[in-house]
Unconditional design. Structure first.
Length: 74
């Protein structure tokens, strides 16, 4: 599981006409936790940097579509 994804349980009103979403999630990108660029930060190779979309592994954040789990269940 990705540690950059956080979960919470929203308030569910008894008067809400829609089916409730019991657990919601949000992403916390890694650049929120790096105050400045440290010297000698490890780097991807040029090919890997193009593949991952960043030069530095510390700033890599994988993208997981929200509907990915629903497609697998169907």
């Amino acid at each position: 599981m990705n540690d950059q994804v956080r979960f919470y349980k929203p308030f569910i009103s008894p008067l809400d006409p829609c089916p409730p979403i019991l657990v919601k999630s949000y992403s916390t990108p890694p650049q929120l936790f790096i105050a400045f660029q440290p010297p000698n930060l490890p780097q991807f190779s040029p090919f890997e940097a193009l593949k991952y979309g960043t030069l530095w592994p510390a700033l890599y954040s994988p993208y997981e579509p929200k509907n990915a789990n629903r497609e697998e269940e169907d």
